[in-house]
Write a protein that binds this ligand. Structure first.
Ligand SMILES: [Zn+2]
Length: 478
């Protein structure tokens, strides 16, 4: 049995129901489960009284402990398309129209590399559980691309909720994606079944759960939404999609379906406690009430919404109405970063503009990033530092110049201050994956080099095929 005692923690923000904070605290872990939490003096007496060669200790002096952060929406494959000049200033529909042409160049090697980048950055910024929605299945590529990100997650050791994404409504039928990037309903459901059978683990402390995720109202058919939710409920897995992200999407739904996006989802039966949506930027009070009544979750992606100029989601109103809300970095092509701790800071700040300075206190941000995320993923075994929870913990070193002078409230300092979001230590399921701000299971330099090489090759291939120079913003209008 592996035994680990983390002691002398400056403050543990447990995120239990009372949001208890423990100063000079300690956490005792056996294998993958938290067995004890309390003051260091008490836990030292219990576990260090007799010499114990099996027990490993971490001295966390000056460090704040948070429950491992939970990222509830992402598209790892987009880390290869960060910051492409042609779409630096584009809104969602233009952005996506251009990027489809680059995304279709994805390869198994690319999916694997991009997952390493995304997961590595998430672990380094305090995230221990992540979702990823993968929905690019070009007709001329192997059908099991998503398996390569699962392989990467299993090797790295992050807790993973891969979403089998899908697109079934091509341009010729009024959708946004090119026809050769879509699949038919039967093929999608067959592959969904394969993935559930092969990988889904519904047990407590599960490291991998599959969800099914039609991409968006403008890229899937109503039949696919209906069939997906029916099949997911039969197999007891969750469902996910994008909703109410931009005014363009709202206009599309009003024109095509004669309904607003959420009403359209409701008409297809795609709502409920086993469903969570990314974004929810453009929702009115009635729609927020509907989300609350149906216990449907929202993955709030503040940076992505700012990056694409989509708007600021009405999160204060959602929380007040009792909507389940988690936090997310979203695809890196819209966020251009997978900085999870940075996303907390972004969330803390933007709602002060949207709904007033008092509308987003630290505790609400931390709650969404931990317990809120756990809830919308249907998990009661992660999201807090409590006895019986999975040992998913991140330690942040406050002895850094960016926090100096801010130790009146060390937990608050993590969000309000700091000049880097790289954490000191990240532990997932009892295993140390980040130590001293470095990834233990990945060669960072090798990963960076490979990702840059693949990203540039993808762009070159796309450019050769389309004749568009993606490095020039002026090409946007072509
Ligand atoms: Zn997304």
């Amino acid at each position: 049995m592996r035994k680990l005692l983390i002691k002398n923690v400056k403050v543990i923000a447990t995120m239990d129901d009372k949001k208890t904070r423990i100063e000079h605290g300690a956490i005792y872990i056996e294998d993958n489960v938290i067995k004890d939490v309390g003051p260091t003096l008490d836990l030292e007496k219990k576990y260090l009284r007799t010499p114990n060669s099996e027990l490993r200790t971490i001295n966390a002096t000056n460090k704040v402990a948070l429950p491992g952060l939970i990222n509830t929406h992402h598209h790892f494959y987009q880390t290869l398309n960060r910051n492409i000049p042609i779409v630096q200033d584009a809104q969602l529909f233009d952005w996506i129209r251009i990027l489809y042409e680059i995304w279709r160049e994805i390869t198994p090697e690319g999916v694997y590399s991009t997952a390493q980048v995304g997961m590595g950055e998430l672990l380094l910024t305090g995230c221990t559980t992540t979702v990823d929605q993968f929905y690019i299945f070009p007709k001329d590529k192997p059908g099991d691309l998503i398996d390569y990100e699962i392989k990467a997650a299993q090797e790295i050791g992050i807790r993973f909720h891969p979403c089998r994404g899908s697109m079934s409504l091509g341009r010729s039928k009024g959708g946004l994606p090119p026809d050769d990037l879509i699949q038919d309903e039967e093929e999608i459901l067959k592959d969904s079944e394969r993935l559930i059978n092969k990988y889904h683990d519904p047990e407590k402390y599960s490291m991998l759960r599959i969800a099914l995720a039609p991409c968006s109202p403008f890229s899937v058919t109503g039949e696919l939404l209906k069939e997906t939710i029916r099949f997911a409920r039969e197999r007891k897995v969750r469902c996910h999609t994008h909703i109410a992200e931009t005014r363009d999407e709202e206009g599309y739904c009003l024109k095509t379906h004669k309904m607003r996006p959420l009403a359209y989802m409701e008409s297809q039966g795609f709502l409920g406690p086993d469903v969570w949506f990314a974004h929810g930027v453009h929702l009115n009070d009635e729609e927020i009430r509907l989300l609350s009544q149906t216990k449907t979750g929202i993955a709030h992606c503040p940076t992505s919404n700012l990056r694409l100029g989509s708007g600021i989601a009405p999160v204060r109103r959602m929380l007040d109405a009792g909507v389940r809300v988690g936090l997310a970095v979203d695809g890196s092509a819209s966020n251009d970063s997978s900085d999870m701790l940075g996303e907390l800071r972004q969330c803390l700040l933007i709602h002060r503009i949207k709904s007033g300075i008092e509308s987003m206190p630290i505790d609400d941000v931390l709650w969404m990033a931990t317990r809120g995320g756990a809830e919308i993923l249907g998990r009661d075994d992660i999201g807090s530092i409590e006895v019986g929870k999975a040992a998913d913990i991140t330690l942040i070193d406050t002895k850094k110049i960016g926090y100096a002078g801010g130790m009146h409230d060390p937990v608050g300092a993590i969000l309000f201050s700091g000049d880097s979001h790289i954490v000191d230590t990240t532990i997932v399921n009892g295993r140390i994956l980040v130590q001293g701000g470095r990834l233990l299971n990945l060669d960072e330099e090798e990963v960076i080099e490979k990702a840059n090489e693949i990203a540039s090759e993808m762009l070159k291939r796309a450019s050769k095929r389309t004749g568009v120079d993606y490095l020039r913003k002026e090409e946007m209008d072509r």
